[in-house]
Design a protein. Structure first.
Length: 145
């Protein structure tokens, strides 16, 4: 396989990111900064692969910190696929937890909207009543202590 040689600008264009993104990835240790060749640095196919990998993994919700660990592990282990599978499975668990939390929030908001719509304007807002009730319960608990 022939390795293409690119300047930072050409690499950024091919990867669909800005030059500053590449420099940021270099500072974070996600991308190795190549040595200068003349007046510019020359990046190969590995750099393009890494940037595309980082962008895809970010799209999946992985953090740059997690990506650095995975990429460092990939350089040292023939078992990179197992590592990325484990990270993907962990991310799915986090997504499932977040979806459950969002479903609960949605249900509570729907209940609030229904309760609010059913009250005449003279009555207090249901959210105000709930907060007030919770505040009064907290006050009673603290008084007993």
């Amino acid at each position: 396989m022939i390795s293409a040689k690119r300047t930072i600008g050409k690499l950024a264009l091919e990867a669909g990111v800005g030059v500053e993104t590449i420099r940021y990835y270099e500072r974070r240790g996600l991308l190795e900064q190549p040595a200068r060749r003349g007046t510019s640095r020359v990046y190969g196919d590995e750099a393009l692969w890494r940037i595309r990998y980082v962008k895809l993994a970010q799209k999946w919700g992985l953090s740059l910190r997690e990506l650095k660990v995975l990429l460092t592990g990939a350089e040292r282990s023939p078992n990179f696929c197992a590592s990325i599978r484990a990270a993907a499975a962990k991310r799915i668990e986090a997504i499932d937890t977040e979806m459950a939390t969002l479903a609960t929030q949605r249900a509570e908001l729907s209940t609030f909207i229904s309760a609010c719509a059913a009250k005449p304007d003279a009555d207090r807002c249901p959210i105000f009543q709930r907060i007030n009730r919770t505040s009064q319960e907290d006050t009673k608990k603290n008084a007993r202590l």
